[in-house]
Design a protein around this ligand. Sequence first.
Ligand code: NAD
Length: 455
Amino acid sequence: MDYIAKIVEDQRRYFLSDATKPIAFRIEQLKILRSALKESESEMIAAIALDFKKSPFDTYTNELALLYSDIDEAISKMKRWTKVKKVRTNLVNFPAKSYIIPEPLGVSLVIGAWNYPYQLSLAPIIPAIAAGCTVILKPSELPSNTSRIMAKIISAHFDPCYIAVVEGGIRETTNLLEQNFDKIFFTGSVPVGRIVYQAAAKNLTPVTLELGGKSPAFITESARMKMPAKRLVWSKFLNSGQTCIAPDYVLVHSSVKQQFLDALIAEIKSIDFSFEQGTYVQIINERNFERLEGLIDHNKVYYGGKVDKQSRFIEPTVMTNVNFSDKVMLEEIFGPILPVIEYSDLADVISKVKQGPRPLSCYIYTEDKHIKERILKSISFGGGAVNDGVMHITNPRLPFGGVRESGMGSYHGDAGFRAFTHYKSILDKPTWIEFNLKYYPHTPLRLKLIKKLLG
Ligand code: NAD
């Protein structure tokens, strides 16, 4: 695949020309991206509907609006982010100036996942542009129409030596990973994250890995029921559960279990989850449909459980009497199945969560400040919300990312800018004076003076 090597080579030449570095250029490119997306909105909405029946409302709110917000944030904060930062100089180096210069990492590769194809492919491009990098985007091949439309939009508005889209699957991604990039930004599963990290290690390329995992939602004894049920149902069944930060399972205190289940089912029943209503999307493909079908234990289904293979539809399904060792608890669900695990001892259930991989998100529904703080302090996870679900991703001032198995690094807002930036530290000294203490000969007097100075 010589064309891939050629794009990387062209981008490297372009980056080395310093053309991407002027701030005015970066702002201009962000504006071009924004207006390109705006003018393609209806085409993008049509493409994603073809892929998995995503509604115009969801496409706008969950994909495009987040992109516009990130672009606007980048444009408005560009001056602050790119500013050379002065820091105090230490005594040993007196007199001198010390400062930090943000510089673009260079030629970057962005690999996207399929579940929010526009957002997950294009959102990392925004900080890459803001930082002054060039980008090759490899969107997920599963939603083929969205992949094609992104390639079309990008190629119509950007020179491939600056921003290019390479479409394809494992073969193309493997080839891309053989190239020498200055930055790789990957969103996807843990197993593929490992492949990406290993490939990056060969060239010592810095990576951001936005991965997945099982995110718990705590319903504690002090939780209100109606509002948490409303927010939990929305965040779980949004995109038919195919959301990396969806609550994967519920941990409910036994004293409020029945109350919670009643509120949960009432909330689910109040919504007509269907493709026609735009409240549901298809499971992305047959392979994922079959995987999800295999996770439903009909002996434990409390609500739902109906599936339709033809249309790749799985009804919102709640499972109860679930244990940590059940099949549904052994992998990330990534679909509309909600297992509910009952607990009576918070310390015990916290310790169970901590035995597993670190979650991407955690949600705590409680009115008790002490319980909230206990969970927040004890469990390590990427990010999350108290008395809400998923919405933390919408605040560009909150860095978004995982920890250990759920990811490495973060983005959105200035965290994204930092992901594509190297901070170059400079000590800048005048030549009119020099203290000679460090030079030879190293006499006892000099050592005495140094000790006096440094303590
Ligand atoms: P995936 O890992 O299968 O695919 C992601 C990308 O990697 C795609 O572009 C795909 O073409 C490529 N790829 C797949 N197999 C590859 C291989 N063997 N070698 C090289 N490249 C390969 O993930 P997915 O199914 O698209 O997305 C679902 C996963 O992503 C879930 O685990 C979910 O939690 C996670 N996710 C995380 C975030 C986040 O922001 N942290 C967001 C969305 C999805």
